[in-house]
Design a protein around this ligand. Structure first.
Ligand code: F0G
Length: 459
């Protein structure tokens, strides 16, 4: 192998570390039982490898922490705001920017100003808080992903795209479309990217039907990387140029900066329309904070300004994508299957296939997630009938989710290959003898946002 073919290691080394817990099998059994078999109820010091979310869980860099020391905490007009605004404006090109403390705050502020009650919001797939905030604003969320997204084994490169034929049907009426929102990458459907061709076609349709077009760009840099790797015509572009082009196509954006902002907290609304900006700004000041901090500290804004540069570094993105790809190969070698092709921020295990002896009403995704905790202290998130299925009053599944998945989200710059080898080994142990895994039943569940507070018991 010549030197330029040798895969590069991550472009950073570790300076500060945090201990993780290794509980005994009996302590894990006690912990998950006390948690009502709901991983959201576990304490982080009961977990060995935490793959619950890639949101706010990344490691910051020495440059980010150095910048944070310069944070200006002035109530209005802080230097840190102007530094952040300059970076965000350079990246996105939007003339109007508002800071928010996280993505869902931006959703609430934007939708309450933009959506009229009775209107629909069309998306490739709404994230769960986005879905909820459309409804809170009196709108109806409608998801129109491409058909390939429903073939979990298909290796089509852009399974995050929206179905353009169905989008045009929706725009043509009779429903009143208030907004088209493209989620890049598509977190609700396997972390699949959206192509630039699809975004351009959405823009053209939205212009023809005079409907605002927004991006939910939580993973804008990872989408840009996958475009550069997979979409003809973009090989000569930098990830930053691709991201900027994507923002340019839309009328505005919502970004949860807890992902590709490389920070623990933060969010952003980007707009072109001055009247909409004025409305959002008034709402922001009343509910989030003055428009030069929006619920963030000056130190957060400084970390974000640096994070927005670091995240589009091709060396960083290539190493992160390679880490996920290697993790995907290890999982498949261990005998489990995932939603293909592997994206970047998470892998989605096909629990329905691994545990065919469990019916959707026995929650196979949840069973797999619990077993990974019991066998290895690994925390994950179910994306199956527990989260998305329809239940009757006695918590019986009346309409299962289309798939029984478990998301293994990958925090940025946090775990090493040894952690992923460990997770794959634990999964390998499960895949060798899947029949031993039992299902679960719900013992109590709230009416709203069930997965956060549900309690279960083994069958
Ligand atoms: N949009 C997308 C695509 C997301 O993935 C998230 C959060 C949000 C909006 C909301 O942002 O959390 O900052 O309020 N996703 C996290 C996850 C929670 O684990 O996927 P937030």
């Amino acid at each position: 192998m010549s030197a330029d073919q040798i895969p590069l290691p991550p472009p950073y080394r570790i300076k500060v570390v945090e201990p993780i817990a290794f509980l005994s099998p009996s302590a894990r059994r006690d912990a998950i039982e006390a948690a009502g078999y709901n991983p959201f109820n576990l304490r982080s010091d009961q977990i060995t490898v935490d793959l619950l979310s890639d949101s706010g869980t990344g490691a910051t860099s020495s440059a980010q922490e150095a910048a944070a020391a310069q944070g200006d905490e002035s109530y209005a007009g802080a230097r840190s705001w102007f530094r952040f605004r300059e970076e965000a404006a350079d990246l996105t090109g939007y003339p109007y920017l508002l800071p928010v403390h996280q993505g869902r705050a931006g959703e609430r502020v934007l939708f309450s100003s933009l959506l009229k009650p009775g209107q629909i919001c069309v998306s490739n797939t709404h994230f769960d808080t986005t879905h909820a905030n459309v409804e809170i604003a009196g709108g109806t969320p409608v998801d129109l992903p491409v058909a390939e997204a429903f073939d979990l084994d298909s290796t089509e490169p852009f399974k995050g795209n929206i179905d353009l034929v169905r989008l045009e049907e929706a725009l043509a009426g009779p429903a009143d479309v208030g907004l088209v929102l493209m989620t890049i990458t598509n977190n609700g459907l396997g972390a699949q990217p959206v192509s630039m061709a699809n975004l351009e076609a959405v823009r053209a349709l939205c212009q023809r039907y005079r409907v605002p077009f927004f991006l939910d760009a939580a993973r804008f840099a990872e989408n840009a990387w996958l475009v550069q790797q997979r979409e003809p015509g973009y090989q000569g572009w930098s990830p930053r140029q691709i991201a900027t082009r994507a923002f340019q196509l839309a009328d505005g954006c919502l970004i949860s900066l807890k992902k590709d902002g490389l920070t623990g907290i933060g969010g952003l609304i980007g707009l072109r329309d001055d009247a909409l900006f004025a409305q959002c700004e008034a709402n922001l000041i009343a509910t989030e904070g003055f428009s030069t901090y929006g619920g963030l500290s000056g130190r957060d804004l400084e970390r974000l300004a640096v994070g927005l540069r670091e995240v589009v570094d091709p060396l960083y993105l290539s190493s992160r994508a390679a880490q996920t790809a290697r993790f995907a190969r290890m999982i498949k070698d261990a005998g489990a299957s995932i939603v293909e092709p592997a994206g970047i921020h998470a892998l989605y295990l096909n629990a329905g296939r691994l545990l065919p002896h469990l019916s959707p009403s026995e929650f196979p995704g949840h069973s797999l997630g619990c077993q990974m905790y019991l066998d290895g202290g690994i925390r994950s998130a179910e994306l199956g009938s527990l989260y998305l299925g329809e239940l009757d009053e006695s918590y019986r599944v009346v309409k299962p989710a289309p798939f029984e998945l478990v998301r293994l989200a990958i925090p940025r710059r946090v775990y090493t290959m040894e952690h992923f080898e460990y997770v794959a080994a634990v999964l390998g142990g499960i895949a060798k003898d899947p029949e031993r895994i039992r299902g679960y039943r719900i013992t109590s569940a709230p009416a709203l946002l069930r997965h956060f507070k549900v309690r279960l018991a083994p069958l």
